[in-house]
Design a protein around this ligand. Structure first.
Ligand SMILES: NC(=O)c1ccc[n+]([C@@H]2O[C@H](COP(=O)([O-])OP(=O)(O)OC[C@H]3O[C@@H](n4cnc5c(N)ncnc54)[C@H](O)[C@@H]3O)[C@@H](O)[C@H]2O)c1
Length: 276
C-alpha cells in the first residue's frame, strides 16, 4: 500500500494505538506528524520506528488547550507542505478525575472534581472537532482528504465507572456521524476506527485486572488506517470500522465493509416522531 505523497496527522502518537497507527502509516510511505503532549511518548515512538523514523515528524502540543488545537493544522501544513489525513486519536481516561476509578475505592460521580471532567471533554471531544474543522477547510480546497476518529466501544460509552470518559466518547461518536453526513457529497471522508474492546495501552490503569497479553494489541489498528489513507478508500464515508474484525486476507474495500457499520446509532431504537 504505497502512501508516498500522503501526509497524516496522528494525535496521541506517543501512546499505544496512536503509536501503532503512526508506525503503520510511516512504514507504508506516508509522512506522519506525530502529535502528543508527552515528549517521552513521542521519543519512544521515534526509537521504535527504525527506518520509518525518516517519515515521522514529532509535534508537541497540548490538545486540552484551545490555542494549541487552533495552531496545529497550520503548523503541520507549513512544516510538511500538505495534509491529506487527520487521525483524531489522542484521549485521556477516567483516571484524569479518579485514579482509583477501577478499584473498590472508586469515587461516586457526585464526589468527583467537576473540572477534571471538563479536561476529559476538552481532550476527547472538543479538540477533535476543532482540528477537524481546520483540516476539512484545507481538504476541501485541495479536493481530497480523510478524517479518522477513534471513539470507543458502545458499551464503554455507558459504563458507570467511566461515566466522564464514556460521555465524551459518546459525544465524539455522535458528532462524527453528523460531520460525516455533511461531508457526503464532498471529496472528503470521515470514518470512525475503534479497536473493538479493551486494548493493551497506557489508557488502562496500571492495576487493571485485564490480562494484558490476552486483550487487543495496538498493531490491529495498522491495516485499517493504512487502507483508509490510500486512494482505494476514496468515497468510503460515515462508517465505523472495528479493527479487530479486519481481515487482511481479502481486498481492502471488502475488509472495510465486513468490519464496519454506519457511524453511531442511526437505526437504533424508536426514532423521534416527525411531522408528516
Ligand atoms: N486502550 C483501549 O482500551 C481503548 C479502547 C477504545 C478506544 N480507545 C481510544 O484510543 C485512543 C488512544 O488511546 P490509547 O489506548 O492508545 O491510550 P494511550 O494512553 O496509550 O494513548 C493516548 C495518548 O494521547 C496522549 N494525550 C493525552 N492527552 C493529550 C493532550 N492533552 N494533548 C495531546 N496528546 C494527549 C497521551 O500522552 C497518550 O500518548 C484514545 O482516544 C482512547 O480513548 C482506547
Amino acid at each position: 500500500m504505497g502512501l508516498e505523497g500522503k501526509v497524516a496527522i496522528v494525535t496521541g502518537a506517543g501512546g499505544g494505538l496512536g503509536g501503532a497507527m503512526a508506525l503503520a502509516l510511516a512504514s507504508a510511505g506516508a509522512k506522519v506528524a506525530a502529535v502528543d503532549v508527552s515528549l517521552q511518548g513521542v521519543n519512544g515512538l521515534m526509537q521504535r520506528a527504525g527506518s520509518a523514523q525518516a517519515n515521522i515528524i514529532p509535534f508537541i502540543a497540548n490538545l486540552g488547550e484551545r490555542g494549541d488545537c487552533e495552531k496545529l493544522v497550520g503548523e503541520v501544513i507549513a512544516a510538511c507542505g500538505d495534509l491529506t489525513m487527520l487521525v483524531n486519536n489522542a484521549g485521556v481516561g477516567q483516571q484524569m478525575i479518579d485514579p482509583e476509578y477501577s478499584t473498590a475505592q472508586a469515587k461516586p460521580f457526585w464526589e468527583t472534581d467537576i473540572y477534571g471532567w471538563e479536561k476529559i471533554i476538552n481532550v476527547n471531544m472538543r479538540a477533535p472537532v476543532i482540528l477537524t474543522q481546520k483540516a476539512v477547510k484545507h481538504f476541501i480546497t485541495k479536493g481530497r482528504g480523510r478524517v479518522v476518529n477513534v471513539t470507543t466501544s458502545f458499551d464503554t460509552m455507558i459504563a458507570p465507572k467511566v461515566w466522564a470518559y464514556g460521555q465524551a466518547k459518546a459525544g465524539f461518536e455522535a458528532v462524527s456521524a453528523s460531520l460525516a453526513a455533511q461531508l457526503a457529497n464532498t471529496p472528503v471522508t470521515l470514518n470512525i476506527l475503534v479497536p473493538g474492546g479493551p486494548a493493551n495501552t497506557g489508557l488502562l490503569p496500571a492495576n487493571t485486572d485485564l490480562p494484558r497479553d490476552k486483550i487487543i494489541q495496538p498493531p490491529v489498528m495498522g491495516p485499517p488506517v493504512v487502507w483508509l489513507a490510500s486512494d482505494d478508500a476514496d468515497g468510503f464515508n460515515n462508517r465505523r470500522i472495528v479493527a479487530r474484525l479486519w481481515d487482511s486476507t481479502i481486498p481492502g474495500k471488502e475488509a472495510a465493509l465486513k468490519a464496519s457499520a454506519p457511524c453511531a446509532w442511526p437505526g437504533y431504537g424508536v426514532q423521534a416522531a416527525q411531522p408528516k
